[in-house]
Design a protein around this ligand. Structure first.
Ligand code: SF4
Length: 341
């Protein structure tokens, strides 16, 4: 989900480069299509429903239909996976460009087990540049080569401005100003312990006047841990909102506190400051929040990052990378962000 949100920067940039005549179609999984179907710059969202057993050929047919109606000039592979490679093969006569996801650099960083060496490596290859800016730089050099054209609008405004027109979103009724807690993540080890989120929620309820809203998907049953909180200002919406409703809630939040996950990227897309908690992944991968008031917390340790996606099970006796980020640290940074608003 986060990847899809971040690519809205590429769409916005391409629009500024190619002008209003260009039309963009976006291919993504069905579960993420609602992120983009109201995006003002996207003409078509072609979705692929793997969970419901949609066949690969059906996806190819949908793209072929589009190609017959409006011939595709260029395929931009923003995912650089085996699947997207296969898709490009199906349309091998159409020119294509593929982003460099810096997989080797990320992989290498997961293999180095010395903190000083990691820092050296960081300076040489990463420099904490956001992933979206890296992709745009790559595309910029390619486009300048093949089109001899410079981009006309500087990429200064933060990457996801006006991702989706808010007027098209349902407004979820929550009376009063609120903070969003997003305790889920695509993989188990990317989650800050739910008990810590519960403690944080209790403290923020007693220290501030804000409402607290928990956003998580229908499968995130671990959110039952929040049932011990009884406050009129606490709303556990796990499994109760559609993706669009969650987007609407995020768009109007004061802050979003969450893991290295899509919810924080969506919040930032609406200009909402985030506090992102990094565990087995690393801000150097390029997915740290970039907003001027956003912050992140990440502990430096020899074993971290242990995988490029956070998917690999923890091999240590405890989940140190997350457990060592204390509730009080998160609480303190939350108050600092609130004080800066
Ligand atoms: S503690 Fe180390 S090994 Fe375990 S998940 Fe975190 S980074 Fe990976």
């Amino acid at each position: 989900m986060g990847d899809v949100v971040l690519q809205t920067a590429t769409i916005n940039w391409l629009r500024s480069l190619l002008g209003k005549e260009a039309r963009f179609s976006f291919v993504t999984s069905k579960e993420f299509s609602s992120l983009l179907d109201t995006h003002p710059e996207v003409s078509h969202v072609i979705s692929f429903d793997r969970r419901k057993g949609e066949k690969w050929g059906e996806l190819v047919n949908k793209i072929e239909e589009l190609d017959n109606r409006e011939p595709i000039d260029l395929i931009l592979d923003l995912h650089a996976t085996l699947r997207s490679f296969r898709l490009k093969l199906s349309f091998w006569t159409t020119p294509s460009l593929t982003v460099d996801k810096r997989r080797w650099e990320r992989f290498f960083l997961t293999k180095v087990k010395n903190v000083r060496l990691k820092r050296l490596f960081d300076k040489k290859f990463f420099g904490l540049e956001p992933q979206v800016e890296r992709i745009l730089k790559d595309f910029e050099s390619i486009f300048m080569d093949i089109r001899a054209k410079r981009r006309t609008v500087d990429f200064r405004h933060g990457p996801h401005e006006e991702m989706t027109s808010l007027s098209e979103l349902p407004v979820y009724p929550i009376a009063g100003a609120y903070i969003v807690l997003a305790p889920s993540a695509s993989f188990l080890y990317k989650r800050w312990p739910v008990g810590y989120f519960v403690e944080l929620a209790q403290k923020l309820l007693s220290e501030t006047d804000f409402h607290l809203v928990v956003l998580a998907g229908p499968d995130d049953k671990f959110c039952e841990a929040f049932s011990e909180i009884s406050s009129e200002r606490f709303h556990n919406l796990q499994g109760k909102t559609s993706l669009k409703e969650s987007m609407s809630i995020l768009a109007h939040a004061r802050i979003c506190i969450g893991n290295d996950s899509g919810m924080n990227h969506i919040a930032e897309a609406y200009g909402v400051p985030c506090l992102t908690i990094f565990g087995p992944t690393d801000p150097r991968f390029g997915f740290a929040p970039h907003g001027s008031k956003s912050r992140y917390l990440s502990k430096e340790m020899f074993c971290k990052p242990c995988s490029t996606t956070g998917k690999t099970p923890c091999y240590r006796d405890r989940h140190y990378c997350m457990e060592e980020i204390s509730v009080d640290e998160v609480r303190k940074v939350t108050h600092e962000i609130l004080g800066s608003l």
